[in-house]
Design a protein around this ligand. Structure first.
Ligand SMILES: CC(=O)N[C@H]1[C@@H](OP(=O)(O)OP(=O)(O)OC[C@H]2O[C@@H](n3ccc(=O)[nH]c3=O)[C@H](O)[C@@H]2O)O[C@H](CO)[C@@H](O)[C@@H]1O
Length: 355
């Protein structure tokens, strides 16, 4: 069997593509589509995956960007079609980001079945445009209005080493006491500021705790300088710009303060780490808020909107969660209790073997 996989732009699209590709490699060969010089190309190559570069452009509604979009998509579709015609391709899998669009169009033109992943509680733009043409749409969270036999709530697929490590950590939870701040794959200055204020306050309260922040590359130097200027006696702060092995940070954490990205929330839920979620206020369709609300409904975290955040109330939620020895427990038959990557790949394999 031969599969083509595309997903790019940010970690929330790239890592699910890697997770699916890793498992598809047990069944056959896999070609990844990526933009030249992009984050997805870098990550796919680092994972030892076979990469073909294509062009694509974001869907923006200005006359100039529409022209760019048309040209890039035409070129991207041509390149993706060449990949699909050179080898017999059994399925195309798109995990979002605009790099997946030329792959979807090329697959349809070549008669290759299309599978899509929607990571969030709200359907993204590309998936809304193309889901009716997909053979199957896998959902990382329940999505309102996405019903019918083509849609399956599988949960979000995690890379194997991350999934295995997180499942083990959940069982070892009482040993972990740390606090982790995550702003998503690009970092978030609001979360970084909150980290600074939180460590100052926790230190003044005499709390002995290790607090790690993943700042994102752009804000790293500023946050390091700010931390170096503090005199802390109780809190041990750790500042990281980007972590290739997030499971190592999750291993230490009992509680995380985080944006509401679908993959971060999935990882925290599976790892048994309580999530204090401050959704990005401008996310399309407020999907981060809705992701957070879903987690909250399962008792796995708490949503606090950035606009209405009251620091004292926020800190008391964080402290209560840090003191909670019992921690979170996954509800029976929760989507976080099974390996979504395996479910997705099994479905693709079964459906394609009947073709
Ligand atoms: C601002 C915005 O619109 N962000 C979207 C983007 O988020 P974004 O890509 O930031 O966030 P996610 O939380 O979904 O995924 C981040 C992924 O990157 C990994 N990671 C992160 C930091 C790091 O240092 N190292 C690392 O490996 C995490 O472990 C995770 O696997 O795509 C997600 C999935 O569609 C959406 O839910 C988010 O709303």
């Amino acid at each position: 069997m031969h599969y083509v996989v595309a997903g790019g732009g940010t970690g929330g699209h790239i890592y699910p593509a890697v997770a699916i590709a890793e498992r598809l490699l047990d069944k056959g060969t896999v070609t990844m589509l990526a933009r030249s010089g992009s984050m997805e190309e870098h990550v796919f190559l680092a994972q030892g995956l076979d990469v073909q570069t294509i062009r694509s452009a974001p869907l923006l509604y200005t006359p100039r960007s529409l022209w760019r979009l048309a040209r890039a998509t035409r070129s991207g579709v041509r390149a993706a079609r060449r990949v699909m015609m050179d080898a017999h391709v059994d399925a195309f899998i798109g995990t979002g980001g605009y790099v997946s669009v030329p792959g979807i169009v090329a697959a349809q033109m070549s008669g290759v079945p299309v599978y899509l992943l929607e990571q969030n509680t709200v359907m993204g733009r590309a998936n809304r445009l193309f889901s009716h043409r997909a053979r199957h749409v896998f959902l990382g969270f329940p999505v309102a209005g996405a019903s019918g036999s083509r849609f399956t709530v599988t949960g979000n697929p995690l890379r194997r080493r991350v999934y295995t490590a997180l499942t083990e950590y959940r069982l070892a939870k009482p040993l972990r006491r740390g606090l982790l701040f995550i702003g998503g794959s690009g970092g978030a200055s609001f979360v970084n500021e909150l980290f600074l204020r939180t460590i100052r306050e926790l230190d003044s309260r005499g709390r002995e705790v290790s607090v790690t922040v993943v700042t994102g590359i752009d804000d790293y130097a500023r946050i390091c300088d700010a931390v170096n200027g503090l005199f802390l006696r109780h809190v041990n702060p750790v500042v990281v710009s980007y972590e290739e092995h997030m499971e190592r940070l999750y291993e230490q954490a009992r509680v995380a303060v985080t944006r509401g990205g679908a993959l971060a929330l999935t990882e925290l839920a599976i790892g048994g780490i309580y999530a204090v979620v401050i959704p990005y206020p401008f996310a399309v369709g407020r999907h981060q808020s809705k992701n957070a609300t879903y987690l909250e409904s399962l008792g796995l975290g708490m949503r606090i909107e950035q606009q209405s955040l009251l620091f004292d109330r926020y800190l008391s939620i964080v402290e209560k969660a840090l003191d909670d020895e019992a921690g979170t427990a996954l509800p029976a038959s929760s989507i976080f209790g099974r390996d979504a990557g395996d479910t997705i790949v099994r479905t693709i394999e079964e459906e394609c073997s009947h073709d």
